[in-house]
Design a protein around this ligand. Structure first.
Ligand code: PGA
Length: 253
């Protein structure tokens, strides 16, 4: 079965409610009629409700940027899977490198979040990727392997089919330095082969692997032409409807 390309916009800590609604209105207009690609947007928590209402009935899916692994209780500042379901989220980004680097997430806490998301019917966008130092030290594949094994611990074939993997080399995020299509494909292929070893060839063949890190309308096509690149996780370029919709419409370029 061919994998449906999947483009997701990660708005990070940007946009007030008013700005978010404005952007999503523009996106709805510029993306209407697009076919053969799935689209999701991940606004900040404060705008999920308003954006969710705005995209009701459209093909755009709602995503959250993270979640906590408990359902409720004394966890000041955290957001639970029940709250995300309540707002109509379909996807949740888990283990983004900014969460790992700035907020102390580890493979173990990423795994807990993944489990909770899946138990509540939320589809994880599971982020992995090496830092510049790790790449320069020749550790790219071992880091990716560790992150995959750690994040997916305890998951069988049934669960993994609901997961989207996002390969985001940390040195390419927000830096303007995209991995070349060949550099990205090399790691995507490695990820798929690792998934084959962890599960089966058939299951690994169905899992979508997005690339993320300075994706733009200019470089998206070259990336998407690679055999194992099935979509993009877009940060900076998702903050404007013009650039994001050009990325989503990569097939038309
Ligand atoms: P960027 O961010 O597109 O701004 O590099 C990507 C991401 O962090 O998901």
């Amino acid at each position: 079965m061919a994998r449906l390309p999947f483009v997701a916009g990660n708005w990070k800590m940007n946009k007030t409610v008013g700005e978010a609604v404005e952007l999503v209105k523009q996106l709805k207009a510029s993306l209407s009629g697009v076919e053969g690609v799935e689209v999701a947007i991940a606004p900040p928590f404060t705008a999920l409700d308003a954006v969710g209402r705005e995209i009701e009935g459209s093909a755009i899916r709602l995503a959250a940027q993270t979640l906590f692994w408990e359902e409720k209780g004394a966890f000041t500042g955290e957001i639970s899977p029940l709250m995300l379901n309540d707002l109509g989220c379909r996807y949740v980004i888990i283990g983004h490198s900014e969460r790992r680097q700035l907020f102390g997430e580890t493979d173990e806490t990423v795994n807990k979040r993944m489990k909770t998301a899946l138990n509540h019917g939320l589809l994880p966008i599971f982020c992995i990727g090496e830092t510049l130092k790790e790449r320069e030290d020749g550790k790219t594949f071992s880091v990716i392997e560790r992150q995959l094994e750690g994040g997916l611990k305890g998951f069988g074939g049934k669960e993994i089919q609901k997961v989207v993997v996002a390969y985001e080399p940390v040195w390419a995020i927000g830096t303007g330095k995209t991995a070349t299509p060949q550099q990205a494909e090399e790691v995507h292929r490695y990820i798929r082969e690792k998934l084959e070893r962890l599960y089966t060839r058939e299951i690994a063949g169905e899992i979508r692997i997005q690339y993320g890190g300075s994706v733009t309308p200019e470089n998206v096509k070259g990336l998407m032409n690679q055999d194992n690149i099935d979509g993009a996780l877009v940060g900076g370029a998702s903050l404007k409807s013009e650039t994001f919709s050009r990325i989503v419409r990569f097939k038309e370029m």
